[in-house]
Design a protein around this ligand. Sequence first.
Ligand code: URA
Length: 423
Amino acid sequence: MDAISVIRTKRDRGELTAEQIDWVIDAYTRGEVADEQMSALAMAILLNGMNRTEIARWTAAMIASGERMNFRALSRPTSDKHSTGGVGDKITLPLAPLVAACGAAVPQLSGRGLGHTGGTLDKLESIPGWRALLSNEEMLHVLDSTGAVICAAGDGLAPADKKLYALRDVTGTVEAIPLIASSIMSKKIAEGTGSLVLDVKVGTGAFMKTIEDARELASTMVALGTDNGVKTVALLTDMSTPLGLTAGNALEVRESVEVLAGGGPADVVELTLALAREMLDAAGIKDADPAKALADGSAMDVWRRMIAAQGGAPDAPLPIAREKHVVTAPSSGVLTRLDAYDIGIAAWRLGAGRARKEDPVQAGAGVELHAKPGEMVTAGRPLLTLHTDTPSRFDYALESLKAAYDIAPAGTEFTPNPIVLDR
Ligand code: URA
């Protein structure tokens, strides 16, 4: 077998055989297939697609590149959630302890932000002392003792995906449905969760810009999960505007704690509860009331124990950026659009995200929204506050906000998108 013949098959719109797929994933993981060959193959897949049989084999080969974990020793059923990525998407932070407070065990292997989308681990690392890197034993211990753990996937889990994802990121090949589906599902199946709820984002701030593409991605992932014995459900949710009122690391932790304290923005609470109900249902837990667990403080108790178990200080003050810049509304009226992608780019440029994998992020950087689509704004009053430690970044961030919003005359009819678009 050789890489060139595999590339040629897909370049010429052929179907890859099981042997070709197994060989190319294994040889790439071992360094025998070069990055330039794998990027040519990834581009051929992006342009010509893969059928369901090829996707299933590709996923199995990525799982087989590393170890498989299992949580069978735990007394509770496991349920995990994965979001395909968005702006202001802090949902994992309140959701994991909430679902644990309702009786499931939540093993949440999470990622870092890249580009305009934020990463759960970057957000949590703004809590003084908190550690994302745990050994498998530590992970199981936190999960068993608190009910939830949010941490980085270990090096042994789907190493082929780790290598391939980094390559796709720098070769314009992230946005291929077969590659996204196999990337996400190989990690979730190898992780060993019993059930999985997928939050497939749709809109300007998401990888999937149209509902049709999101539906295709969702059904591909649900089929992969189901065929591998993981009870899998997908919600399609709106990402045309940021979730909540903040995009940025410590800013989003603060907002998540507000949700755990029984407050927080309505859209974040609504999506957290919708996903919690799906996760509990998928785990077979029928009699829990997640709204009550938010209101009575039991989700907050799990949060505090989970953060402390990973070295974090739940009561320590969160970092605040050194500089602020307020963007005021240019006119009065109804805010009819606040674009998720533009806000995500602004937060990234302010220092909340990274341009290269090894770059540090600023804990306090990001964007605070003072209104959401559908609300009234007043000329000259704050619309957005930008936060950063490096004020030289303000102009660059402001450039991305030039066309980020629309304000219509007062009285204009406005119907907001529902948060959950489909299931
Ligand atoms: N998240 C992943 O883990 N993989 C992808 O390909 C895209 C989003």
